[in-house]
Design a protein around this ligand. Structure first.
Ligand code: OGA
Ligand code: MN
Length: 295
């Protein structure tokens, strides 16, 4: 069978550049299957020179799965983008100007600089995130992705045994508190109430396991909080060693896809009070809570 995609791996097992397709065109099932296979193999794919707009980015997402529509942010009524399937990952206010230095949304968005997995704080978390660059700053603002399957594989057997059946509590309240952002309304506290997820995931399509870490973790069920957070911090350090990390330097019209089941990611700083950075994300939802996963 001839393949539609050309794949150029960044490393033998993690991150690859994919080319040979125009993602503005309808995605035939054979191409969707090749993308899934490449995602299973590499965890992260880069497509360059894809001049998507909101409708074509959305259509591409729909071709690969079910799109998340609930917006997990603060001050949702101040949305800049009308289409609820497009997540606004920018430093722009509803009127298109750069967010003020003390804007609440800006403070909240800084949480994206912590290593995390998207929507791990939702009962059914995210599968793929597809982030597209519309406007980029002159310097900084890279996105880093870390390989949580390799991080799991690199742990010794004793540690794997200790972690295997642990369950964590995830919430946006926990990740934002890490940066000292604690001014949530009662309604936001209710919306962002913690959810439980397994710390070790099993991915049926590959038979591999991954460490399901995220800045959103604030508890391990049944553990004292300091002991839990000390372990999570240790695992975070391990899992984000440079040997597990791909750093993506953006060009306009790049589409970066990562699998939230098997990777963590973070945004890197840039001069966000001065330069616009307009990134838009379509996110696919996973099929079930990790608590339901096969043993
Ligand atoms: C995201 C995210 C980081 C960045 O889109 O989910 O965390 O570099 N982005 O913008
Ligand atoms: Mn994210």
């Amino acid at each position: 069978m001839t393949s539609l995609l050309t794949i150029r791996p960044v490393t033998p097992g993690f991150a690859a550049e994919a080319s040979g397709v125009d993602l503005r065109q309808p995605v035939p099932p054979a191409l969707a299957a090749e993308i899934d296979a490449a995602m299973d193999r590499y965890g992260t794919l880069v497509f360059r020179d894809q001049a998507l707009d909101d409708p074509t980015q959305r259509a591409f997402g729909e071709a690969l799965g079910t799109i998340e529509t609930s917006r997990a942010t603060v001050d949702v009524e101040q949305a800049r983008l009308a289409d609820k399937t497009i997540n606004d990952i920018s430093n722009l206010a509803a009127d298109g100007t750069i967010l003020a230095a003390d804007a609440r949304r800006r403070m909240f968005n800084l949480g994206n600089q912590l290593w995390h997995s998207d929507s791990s704080f939702k009962a059914v978390p995210a599968k793929y995130s597809m982030l597209h660059a519309r406007v980029i700053p002159p310097r900084g603002g890279a996105t880093e992705v870390a390989d949580m399957r390799a991080a799991w594989d690199a742990l010794d057997a004793e540690m794997q045994e200790k972690l295997r059946d642990l369950v964590c509590e995830h919430s946006l309240l926990f990740s934002r508190a890490m940066l000292g952002f604690t001014e949530f309304t009662e309604a936001e506290r209710a919306t962002f109430a913690p959810v439980r997820q397994r710390l070790v995931r099993f991915i049926p399509s590959t038979g591999r396991r991954s460490l399901y870490l995220s800045a959103h973790i604030g508890r391990i069920v049944g553990w004292p909080v300091p002991e839990a957070l000390a372990l999570i911090r240790d695992l975070m350090e391990h899992a984000t060693e440079r040997r597990f990390v791909y750093s993506h330097k953006w060009r306009v019209n790049d589409l970066l896809i990562w699998d939230n089941r098997t990777t963590m990611h973070r945004g890197r700083p840039y001069d966000d009070k001065r330069y616009p950075r307009d990134m838009r994300r379509v996110t696919l939802t996973d099929v079930a809570s990790t608590l339901q996963q096969a043993a």
